[in-house]
Design a protein around this ligand. Structure first.
Ligand code: ATP
Length: 239
């Protein structure tokens, strides 16, 4: 059984269909990339999986039907979501933001352990634990948003455009951390505009086009696919 199985997912906003009959699966231990142009429906797909928007179709996580679960229960089941746009709590410190990410964890000692793990991945955050999150740089806020999602120790971590707007060196750090947490056992569903980098670390990938699934293949095969290369990688395969 797949860890996550999405079948025939459709989402409409006020009569406009943003996602149409999308199916995808994520196996335990994988990194799966979900790609597509602006407005293709990537964020909407993640928001539906997290129970944040109403949908038709089915979402099964760890054998459980998520339609019957609140967003809060979904987090407790082990599904972490780092949303797009660096949504950190600006007037709270870095430490408070991280601790909020562990709201499902009762034991203080465990929260401490997870905090230590997150700052070991992002030493920048350790130096700034008492700084207000709103005063962090864009890249640091992105690290904080990912770190906060990691605080609940999710079985599956969904990341929405973690590299958006970041300097190349910070992008490298973030992709390195994604690979590393995956090697330590966290399954990852990664939404990215940076298709080439995402496919390099992904086992498999999906490409959405105006709300519908267009391609599905291994990361390596998608990198070699001329239609994907031209539309999403900014090159032709021969270049
Ligand atoms: P991007 O890469 O630009 O973030 P995306 O693939 O994540 O794009 P979505 O944000 O899922 O795309 O948007 C899919 C479509 O749904 C778009 O046409 C968008 O305008 C529309 N949409 C998204 N959120 C809403 C909303 N709250 N109300 C109305 N329409 C929405």
């Amino acid at each position: 059984m797949s860890l996550l199985e999405v079948k025939d997912l459709s989402v409409s906003y006020g009569g406009i269909r943003a996602v149409r009959d999308v199916s995808l699966r994520v196996e335990q231990g994988e990194i799966v990339a979900l790609l597509g142009s602006n407005g293709a429906g990537k964020t909407t797909t993640l928001r539906a999986i997290s129970g944040l928007v109403p949908y038709s179709g089915s979402v099964i996580f760890g054998g459980k039907d998520l339609r019957k679960c609140s967003p809060d229960e979904i987090v407790r089941l082990g599904l972490g979501h780092a949303p797009e746009g660096r949504r950190v709590f600006a007037r709270m410190s870095v430490r408070e933001n991280l601790e909020l990410g562990a709201y499902t964890v009762r034991s203080k000692a465990e929260v401490g352990d997870r905090l230590a793990f997150v700052v070991s991945k992002f030493p920048r955050l350790e130096e700034r634990l008492n700084q207000l999150a709103g005063t962090l740089s864009g890249g640091e806020q992105q690290m904080l948003a990912i770190g906060r999602a990691l605080m609940s120790s999710p079985r599956l971590l969904m990341l929405d455009e973690p590299s958006l707007g970041l300097a190349p060196i910070v992008v490298q750090t973030i992709f390195g951390v994604i690979k590393d947490i995956n090697e330590r056992g966290t399954t990852v569903l990664l939404v990215e505009q940076n298709a080439r980098q995402a496919l390099r670390i992904a086992n498999r990938g999906y490409v959405l086009e105006t709300g519908s699934m267009r391609f599905e293949d291994t990361g390596a095969a998608l990198l070699e696919n001329p239609a994907v290369a031209e539309a999403y990688l900014g090159t032709t395969v021969s270049s």
